[in-house]
Ligand binder design. Structure first.
Ligand code: PMP
Length: 360
């Protein structure tokens, strides 16, 4: 039985990548040991690391005036790193809250300086969960930066519009990076934990515009300091080498798939396939305004919530893993990151149809 893993993260990785990693595990390129057993300062790993960075730069067309950092600490590490690196004494920052993760980012930033928090969630007249468009955010032109999370993994809310402002935009792209094209030039800082669209957990990707690097000698924990990371090619201390290597394999796989352009088309089709089925059914529903539905994380509810446990158990027996929704939202959630093939979504829809036929 083919299994499909809908986990929100750590999420499934492309089978091809896992196979390559397996083949190379014990004896990487004939060197007699694993890449995870090699020095990060050695020729071999430095080559792997540099290739991964180059492939990422190609995929996202990262401009030359941006540093690409491979850091530790996940998304939450960046919740601290962003204000520590970017918020100067006497300055404030705007934090846009569209769901659980941007709220957590604001709570963490609060410890490190003045921030203005702005909730943008709202309900439509029909009671659907929705958001305020970026054009309607109230932004302070003197802010050090504006922080937001374009795809809320828990809430299943996503937006693509950006505010027209000269203030640097800082975006948590943990659950949407590489899922479609973006214009990196529009952002000051982009960060993402690796464990959804990039590779295994333990690695965090940061893209930072050079003029936003903190001053040399700023009082920032060394491990979170963008300048130190940039000056040391992300090897100020020992980086998560195996996760970095695997991320590199994922980037090469993405290139073979046709890059983010092709992924964007496929991801739209995958999400649409599931939403279309949910929308025509009285048995299932999604309660997000269609304009803000996430392509990556699709929450859906069963009309009869007493069937939730049965749904999850039956799905698992059919090889459809990790569909239980986040405890804050309830119901189900299907995460459809890059590695999820269209057949996975089609198999899920077939299962949902049959479950509805039996229990509807
Ligand atoms: N931001 C977003 C959008 C997330 O989805 C997550 C994790 N699911 C985080 C931040 C936190 O990431 P981490 O667990 O790597 O700290």
């Amino acid at each position: 039985m083919t299994t499909y893993n809908f986990c929100a993260g750590p999420a499934m990785l492309p089978v091809e990548v896992m196979q390559q990693a397996q083949e190379e595990l014990i004896n990487w390129h004939g060197r007699g040991c694993s890449i995870m057993e090699m020095s990060h300062r050695g020729k071999d790993f430095i080559k792997v690391a540099a290739q991964a960075e180059q492939d990422l730069r190609d995929l996202l067309q990262v401009p030359a005036n941006y540093k690409v950092l491979f850091m530790h600490g996940g998304g939450r590490g960046q919740f601290s790193a962003v204000p520590l690196n970017l918020l100067k004494a006497g300055q404030s920052a705007d934090y846009i809250v569209s769901g659980a993760w941007s709220k957590a980012a604001a709570e963490e930033a609060h410890k490190f300086g003045a921030i203005a928090v702005q909730g943008i969630t709202q309900k439509t007249e029909e009671g659907l969960r929705s958001l305020k468009a970026a054009a309607d955010w109230h932004l302070d032109p003197k802010s050090a930066f504006v922080h937001f999370c374009p795809n809320e993994t828990v809430d299943g809310l996503e937006f693509t519009d950006l505010p027209a402002t000269d203030v640097p935009l800082v975006a948590d792209l943990s659950s949407t990076i590489l899922s479609r094209p973006i214009d990196v030039n529009r952002y000051g800082v982009i960060y993402a934990g690796a464990q959804k669209n990039i590779g295994p957990s333990g690695l965090t990707l940061v893209l930072v515009r050079e003029d936003l690097l903190p001053a040399a000698g700023a009082t920032i924990p060394a491990i979170l300091d963008y300048r130190l990371a940039a000056e040391n090619d992300s090897m100020f201390n020992t980086p998560p080498t195996y996760a970095w290597y695997l991320a590199g394999l994922v980037f090469q796989w993405l290139k073979r798939q046709g890059g983010v352009e092709a992924m964007g088309k496929l991801n739209q089709l995958k999400a649409q396939t599931l939403y279309n089925y949910v929308d025509q059914s009285d048995f299932y529903r999604n309660d997000v305004d269609t304009r803000y539905r996430s392509w990556m994380n699709v929450p859906f509810l069963l009309a009869d919530e007493r069937l939730n446990d049965k749904f999850v158990a039956d799905a698992e027996a059919h090889g459809l893993l990790a569909l239980k929704g986040h405890r804050m939202v309830g119901g189900m959630r299907a995460s459809l990151y890059n590695a999820m093939p269209l057949e996975g979504v089609q198999t899920l829809v077939t299962f949902m149809r049959e479950f509805e036929r039996v229990h509807g």
